[in-house]
Design a protein around this ligand. Sequence first.
Ligand SMILES: *Cc1c(COP(=O)(O)O)cnc(C)c1O
Length: 396
Amino acid sequence: MMEISDKKLYSLLMAETPCYVIDSEKIEDNCKKLADIAGKTGAKILLAEKAFSFYPLYPLIGKYLAGTTASGLYEAKLGAEEMGKETHIFSPAYKEKDMPFISKICDHIIFNSTAQLKKYRDYCLSGKSGRINKLGLRINPELSTQEGHAIYDPCAPGSRLGVTSERLASDIEADRDSLDGVTGFHFHTLCEQGAEPLYETVEAVEMKFGRYFKHLDWINFGGGHHITRKDYNVDLLIQIINYFRDKYKFEVYIEPGEAVALDAGYLVTTVLDKTENNGITNLILDASAACHMPDVLEMPYRPPILDGMEPGKGKYTYRLGSCTCLAGDVIGDYSFDREINIGDKLIFGDMAIYSFVKNNTFNGMPLPDIDVIDGDGKLTVNKKFGYEDFKMRLGK
Ligand SMILES: *Cc1c(COP(=O)(O)O)cnc(C)c1O
């Protein structure tokens, strides 16, 4: 069940819709939990920007975390500009024209193959960009620990993400210098998971790649750790980090995205119409699954909604859909104890992560504004979008 304090609720209901509202109090709570783990272990914790590139709060997040990690040039630039702490980058491949800038702004550059490493190694270590980078290789321990979300499993057979142990051994056989310049390994195999699958994963990593550890001085456990979820086994995570620090003298990095902004945002929407078809009552909202919460369709998942329950549980059941032409642009079926009327506002929860970073303007749908709310319920309008934001991506 979603809970919102009265002070916050009052402000949320005043927002012009559609509108994301980021809860800075919850972001800070999450960051404090992460900083506590960093304090107890010496691990460095980075914000994976792709989940939540909300740079107006980077100064707040930067008070607690060690820096940012990027999926490419633009996120790296944003992290360097707006947080300005450690900047890491991983991409399945880099473009030659981007590398001078990437090298200039990034502390760690992680490569996805020994071929990419070989291509850029000398440049990154030459200092020509003004910085000598720490180079890492993304490894693939080939241990799938999640069920159900195949598109989120980098360990699925045939995956393009990370070098398998077999491939690495054959690369080294063909060229003994294949790992030259690499000071650390990176893996990223989890998605919304606990510390137990991490434990299984590090066992596989140690077994398959441990023979290279003597040449390395850091390891990055990637993201997908749902650390700020209530039932997360923080003690086990701490044990795993300390094991690597004690046994191998590694600097340990983790780079959660979701955990930083879990449950820390809302999407406020207005009911524009109600339609009936074969006993189903549709609510037409000014928010869209396809445009504003694509993971609802992609993953798929069911977002929480204030006062909403499973269909049939409350007195009134509705199907929540949007103004786009896509028949399947449906957020889900929800029930409420009260009747929902045209003009009412509905508040979705957990809308900070993987939401506005994935927005699009399909059907010319307006982009929701993005506001910030603090612990006292004070709402600050941060960004309003309009027609120009739709038009400017399509032409002059
Ligand atoms: C997606 C991703 C992350 C963050 O994952 P979360 O599930 O948001 O914690 C971290 N590192 C890499 C390489 C990623 O691809």
